[in-house]
Design a binder for this molecule. Structure first.
Ligand code: ZN
Length: 118
């Protein structure tokens, strides 16, 4: 359900953008997807097709930009890309308190539209 809501909000943002540009069609969406989201592009694609089918975004191509997870150790402030995202041990000092810097993204980076009317 979480995933559907996220896709719905992306669809709404895309439709709003197209409306502002007076575009009749949305052709491509460039989506940032963080490694920690556990979202499968295939599943996003399927839900996107379901949600967008009666809108001007129907048939739009989704492009995924994968963002790797990045943690920062709260003890020594070392920033690192965890080899295993379930492993919270700092490679520098061995402490287990981390802050997630990136990897939780799920947002639209760019939207391509077509058939702009004036
Ligand atoms: Zn550390």
């Amino acid at each position: 359900m979480q995933e559907i809501r996220k896709i719905q909000s992306i669809l709404e943002a895309a439709l709003k953008y197209a409306d502002e540009k007076n575009a009749q069609r949305i052709t491509d969406l460039h989506i940032q997807i963080g490694e920690l989201n556990n979202l499968m592009p295939e599943s996003i694609q399927k839900n996107w097709e379901l949600l967008s089918k009666d809108t001007i975004a129907a048939g739009a191509i989704l492009h995924f930009m994968h963002i790797p997870a990045k943690y920062q150790c709260m003890a020594c402030f070392q920033k690192y890309n965890p080899p295993d995202t379930n492993q919270f041990e700092c490679p520098n000092c061995g402490s287990v308190g981390v802050k997630i810097i990136s990897g939780e993204e799920f947002s639209v980076q760019a939207i391509d539209v077509a058939d702009i009317t004036s």
